[in-house]
Design a protein around this ligand. Structure first.
Ligand code: GFB
Length: 298
């Protein structure tokens, strides 16, 4: 879809920048029709089958197949239409599970990803392989970013299929309404670096405009800003003024213990970039969900 004119102050409104939805991109002919219709010069490739840990565990095959098809459709059609730049979205879950920390951009292909989401992880890793191929064979400037766990308004708040923060926000909303405790899945000990979607959007535009490498770049808050799932749940409870008990259901999977990523490369490029403080971002997201409960994706 076209970026509505005038919705940002950057130069992107002057170029033909399009965000593609996943559904048409599953089909080569429909993807082609999208490129024909909009003739984009720049593409931010966010189209994907995505989900939280529990959806990944159930549908590894679907995550692999669907994403490989989408990625090949978006990238190859971009090449055929002479698109000047594509920025694809990867994820820190693509890194090897057995690794040293912090993880950096040179380590993507060093070993198998965590078994819980091998389908999604390998499909996303292959974008990096494909980008390298388009550059070496055709000189294309196709690159990728590697964000940590994203959250914010307009997320998928489905409890079964979504990611941890939107899932917890929805659960707290219901627990408040029903006067019950909050059940957090797993032990609460795994650690995550969360990035606010509004910060990530600003970084995406910077990558589109300024970042010239084909090699991917990690978009993450610092290692010191990593929090445990328990701390994340407590932040949601605080933001929503939830006073009841937190119960940890240890029959549910913890998934990958941590995937601590270095934002050293980002900091070398953008030493002064200011991330929204985690608690403020959580509060804004909870407020958005409560104000938009009727229309939120859930
Ligand atoms: O965001 P999430 O689902 O995905 O977080 P991952 C999972 C962690 O949160 C586990 C705990 O430690 C869960 O035990 N958790 C606690 C919950 N309560 C909940 C809840 O209500 N919902 C959910 N979903 N988790 C995903 C990958 O990994 O990260 C994807 O599977 C993707 O491929 C994404 O890359 C960024 O961080 O574990």
């Amino acid at each position: 879809i076209p970026l509505p004119h005038g919705t940002c102050s950057c130069h992107c409104c002057a170029v033909r920048l399009y965000f593609f939805f996943p559904l048409p991109c599953r089909n080569a002919a429909e993807t082609r029709a999208l490129y024909e219709r909009y003739k984009p010069t720049h593409v931010i490739h966010l189209a994907a089958l995505v989900g939280g840990l529990f959806k990944n565990i159930k549908y590894n095959l679907d995550f692999w197949r669907r994403n490989v098809h989408i990625n090949d459709n978006v990238l190859h059609t971009a090449y055929e239409f002479g698109v000047q730049k594509v920025v694809s979205c990867l994820s820190t879950c693509i890194f090897p599970d057995k690794t040293t920390y912090p993880i950096d951009e040179t380590m993507i292909h060093n070993g198998p990803p965590h078994s819980s989401n091998f389908g999604y992880s390998y499909a996303k890793r292959m974008i990096d392989v494909q980008n390298r191929g388009y550059f070496e064979q055709h000189g294309c400037r196709f690159t990728a970013v590697i964000p940590t766990n994203v959250f914010g308004p307009h997320d998928n708040y489905n409890i079964e299929d979504g990611h941890v923060l939107p899932g917890l926000i929805h659960k707290v909303y219901l627990a408040k309404k029903n006067g019950t405790a909050l059940t957090v899945w797993g032990t609460g000990k795994p650690r995550r670096q969360f990035i606010y979607s509004l910060d990530l959007a600003r970084l995406f535009l910077w990558v589109l405009r300024e970042y010239d490498e084909v090699e991917p770049i990690i978009l993450s808050v610092g290692e010191e800003d990593e929090v445990s799932i328990r701390e994340a749940a407590e932040s949601v409870a605080e933001a929503m003024d939830f006073k009841r008990e937190l119960i940890f259901d240890v029959t549910k999977s913890d998934g990958q213990f941590k995937k601590t990523a270095s934002n050293g490369k980002l900091r070398r490029h953008l030493p002064d970039f200011k991330f929204t403080p985690f608690k403020q971002a959580v509060k804004e997201t909870c407020d958005w969900f409560c104000a938009n409960y009727a229309i939120a994706r859930k």
